[in-house]
Design a protein around this ligand. Structure first.
Ligand SMILES: O=C[C@H](O)[C@H](O)[C@H](O)COP(=O)(O)O
Length: 275
């Protein structure tokens, strides 16, 4: 179990004119379809969580892990603002090609694990986060590098909109747990997973390219649609022992704090109970 340690109104933490505009827009926007309003709310939640986390956890002269996905974009933008406004000095370690591009586009200092093997903090999105702050990650196929970076940071901070805040994994996220596999092993790994743990392990196919999706590391992904929830630490450990599995998207006892942004502009901040 984890506890809500703080709920803050994002207006108090947004300092850039651009960010303020977005939240204002979302709070007064009441025309158009329900879907459009929901999307605005989700984006506002992601942004609020990202900005609050960067404000609370990043200090000057730190080495910062930069996650992948859509939520991290706002975190990188906030870092860039702080560099301009406060002269913040940070070295950013990417978790994917996408993260690398974000760092470069935002003119932040790009580092690498060979030079900076120890990080002060890593910030990243997640596909779903349970009551213990166990996360499913890898909806964008980046979980392997994300886990390496997070595992070498003193603090791993998760940012998400409030839809991803669940008691039990699999509540809203129906795409399963992404598991990166060596290409020649995908089929035996698929058989092993289904036999031993049940559910279905589906080979993720690429979009706008024929055949399987190929990760930044040149591997394939099996999305394991589990049919019951269990002891995630044990399952993750057992999965990691199957030859051919490179890494799983199960992040167990890694996230120390999670920031959940709501469409109303508040952010729930939760600390892991195992700390
Ligand atoms: O592989 C992708 C990463 O694990 C993302 O951090 C995760 O999918 C969440 O992405 P988003 O912030 O776009 O919801």
């Amino acid at each position: 179990m984890c506890c809500v340690i703080r709920r803050c109104f994002v207006g108090t933490v947004l300092r850039s004119a651009r960010a303020t505009q977005l939240v204002t827009f979302c709070s007064i926007h009441n025309v158009g379809s329900t879907n459009l309003r929901q999307m605005d709310g989700i984006e506002a939640g992601k942004k609020a969580a990202a900005i609050t986390a960067v404000n609370n956890h990043v200090k000057t002269n730190q080495v910062v892990g930069i996650g992948s996905g859509t939520t991290i974009i706002s975190a990188v933008q906030r870092l860039a603002e702080r560099v301009k406004e406060e002269g913040l000095k940070v070295i950013c370690i990417p978790t994917s090609y996408q993260a690398r591009q974000l760092i470069l586009e935002n003119k932040l200092t790009l580092g690498e694990l060979e030079i900076n093997p120890e990080l002060d903090v890593a910030i990243d999105g997640a596909d779903e986060i349970d009551a213990d702050l166990t996360c499913i990650k890898g909806g964008g196929g980046c979980q392997t590098q994300e886990k390496i970076v997070a595992a070498n940071a003193k603090e791993f901070i998760v940012i998400a909109d409030s839809r991803k805040d669940v008691q039990v994994l699999g509540t809203n996220w129906k795409n399963g747990i992404p598991i990166e596999v060596i290409p020649m092993a995908w089929r035996p790994v698929q058989v092993q997973i289904e036999k031993r743990f049940g559910g279905k392990a589906c080979l993720r196919m690429a979009q706008r390219k024929m055949g399987p999706l190929v990760t930044d590391n040149g591997n394939f992904i099996l999305d394991w649609k589990f049919d019951k929830t269990d002891d995630w630490w044990k399952i993750n450990t057992e999965l990691k022992l199957i030859p051919g599995i490179v890494e799983t998207g199960l992040f167990v006892k890694m996230a120390r704090v999670a920031y959940f942004g709501t469409p109303e502009g508040t952010v729930d901040i939760r600390k892991a109970s195992w700390l």
